[in-house]
Design a protein around this ligand. Sequence first.
Ligand code: PEP
Ligand code: MG
Length: 550
Amino acid sequence: MPTKSTNPPRRAEQSFKGTPLSPGLALGRICLFNEYRHSNLPEYRVSGTGIRREERRVRRAVVVAAERLDELRLQVAARIGPAEAEIFTAQKMILQDASLAADIVKRIREQRVNAETAITDSLQVFERRFQEMDDAYLKDRATDIGEVRRRLLDVLGNMRPGLQCQGGGQHCQRGYKRIVVAEELTPSLSIELDTEDVLAFVTVHGGANSHAAILARGLGVPAVSGIPGIREQVRCGDEIWINGDTGEVVLHPAPERLAAVVAARQAREAHAGEVSPPVPGFAVFANVSSAEEVRQAVAAGAEGIGLYRTEFELLQVARVLTEEEQVTRYQAVLAAAAGRPVTFRLFDLGSDKQFPALGIPAETNPALGWRGARLLLGRPELFGDQARAIVRAAAGQPVRVLYPMITDAAQFLELKRRFLNATGELDVRHISHGVMFEVPAACLEADSVLAVADFASIGTNDLTQYLFAVDRDNDLVAGDFSADQPALWRVLDLLVQAAAAAGKSLTLCGELGGNPLVVPRLIGLGLRTVSVAPRLITSVRAAARPVLTA
Ligand code: PEP
Ligand code: MG
């Protein structure tokens, strides 16, 4: 009699394409996160002394949640860095906002509902308002409000965030490595789930600018978001493969794919920690936005920092940093660079990097509006504080300052004049002033711009956007955002020639420089310096070496 096989049938492979949030590869078993633990909350009516009891419960929940946030802040500061730890300060500010407490208490008193109901209703209203905003940055802040709501409800119900698949097998238990699938990647999810055991995160929602994405990158845990319905399609224990570099996710990978995946991972691990030596005649610098990233860049062998996006220091804390606070951060960046050259790009705010703390009015076309150099001209106090902070942090060591979104020589000279005015009493002899070539008009006037600048850097991300009138952030037109267009290469050629004629150093710091397939062509043009994400340094050098040493 034939025996019946006890092996369950192999499930068909399913591929998804999401948004890469944090780089790296992972293959493992799924654990689902129990974000629905608040779906059955107690709901009851109150009156008389019951009203005061619910108010007391809210006040206590706020105090305990604030203490937990303080603990998390210290933990994150020690494990990742002070900038990332500020996320929990931002949540504490929301938690302790007087108008929020007043709204919750009003609901208890007027609607005679319990604390859980009042908190849920009140915070969901705020959360929805933020979710509906057009601005990607503010949309991401809705996550913080949701986090605060969950924290208060956890305290009231004596619950903790955790994994939900008790029946899903051993990989959900402490000590087993797993890939966490969740509706949304929140800061607490990133940090509280014993991240040593988390191989990767896959989520339905979550923006690349969200705090949680920043944390996942800081923790070095690969993450992909933007996969609708993934939670409903998987079970605890299912096998899944994720590529945090490309956003590719494969559920139930087929045996052939598994072999390829394992080989890719082994190849990557074999090269992990391996630092490729510099290529003679071709400098590879790094793009960073914090001192922690400078440390990663140095570990990856960067010859210097070609682009420090200083505006990210403000975006992360959602407020303007004082001159003193900036000095501290800039000193940390210079210390981490340990004598390598550092290029500070002045705040490039506006457009996709909306920053409500500056009170910029809503614009119908922000990419063409008050951003970059124009914003620096319009906010002299912001500009002056930053100029002084950079010069003070440099304290006599050479530093390069890069001016974003410059349109012509006159605009650059006016900003430089203001920089020197603001730093009047300080020693600025070691500061050099450079121009970003990312607005087509400035590129066409490269000769006159380079005549007054000390150095220049090409921002191909914005240059492509403005040259071809193609939004760099819009999925619908992403197909037109291509490097393979003669007009772009004509402009690049023009810039390389102009810089050579003027005898000024030229770097390319847009994403294009990190594409190994394009590197030989850039070298062919005569370009000799690129600045790329730290994790791309090795592959860029590998592409450049044979061209220059042949
Ligand atoms: C660019 O535009 O290419 C650039 C490097 O700057 P950012 O991406 O910060 O706009
Ligand atoms: Mg730019």
